[in-house]
Design a protein around this ligand. Sequence first.
Ligand SMILES: CC(C)(COP(=O)(O)OP(=O)(O)OC[C@H]1O[C@@H](n2cnc3c(N)ncnc32)[C@H](O)[C@@H]1OP(=O)(O)O)[C@@H](O)C(=O)NCCC(=O)NCCS
Length: 236
Amino acid sequence: MPHLLAHIREDVATVLERDPAAKSRAEVFLCYAGLHAVWFYRINHWFWNHGFLLVARWLSQVARFLTGIEIHPGAKIGRRLFIDHGLGVVIGETAAVGNDVTLYQGVTLGGTGKEQGKRHPSIEDGVVIGGGAKVLGNITVGRNCRIGAGSVVLRNVPEDSTVVGVPGHIIFREGKRVVITDPKQINDPLSEALAAVATEVDRLRDRVQKLEGSESLSQPLSASIQGIMEEIDFQI
Ligand SMILES: CC(C)(COP(=O)(O)OP(=O)(O)OC[C@H]1O[C@@H](n2cnc3c(N)ncnc32)[C@H](O)[C@@H]1OP(=O)(O)O)[C@@H](O)C(=O)NCCC(=O)NCCS
């Protein structure tokens, strides 16, 4: 109990520090559903760790009903987690969240549906995850990273990086802009499909030329597509 009260005091102070909209301790204590969800979690996690699994799960559903935030009682959460606005946040059973992390509404720390055991992400200290972002699978988001609103992150992110997009890619690393020169680095399934189609068209063209005995006049399709790709600004 003294621990919980100490956490509550610390969490309220954290919100006053991080949210310019917060005006007073009383307002933060009463009106921040993100904090209420974290406080419920601390109780539920205790039950979970002491073998009261059903009680813990049931209470986490009560918390979800009251706050719109679902934190699995088995997740490991550090100090001063700030869930701003909060509605729709989901934190899975094997997720690990470090200290001083900020999550906005609609963030999912979830599984890909393909993994067993540790199947949710580990979020290191000081990370900020923007509204609606999905961080999926047993991956690690390094210290002080920023994940853009609406991103879908499926791979490990090195510390001090900013990631945006679907699928997420790094745009800043240690304060410096990351310039993507090879479109494949974005790992966009559509560009891969386009490249495969271009290769196939080139193969068919070669075959037609051989059968007709004619000479090629235009450049291969893959080269035209490569040209278009190079023209596009992939820095996002
Ligand atoms: C990702 C983020 C942290 C980057 O902030 P920043 O370092 O100030 O970067 P910038 O705003 O200069 O943007 C850098 C580039 O990334 C792009 N970008 C920024 N955020 C993006 C996002 N969420 N998705 C896709 N692209 C994004 C910008 O358009 C810009 O591109 P350009 O330089 O080619 O024009 C920020 O944009 C963000 O998404 N924060 C989350 C905030 C949030 O969720 N708030 C909810 C409050 S309720």
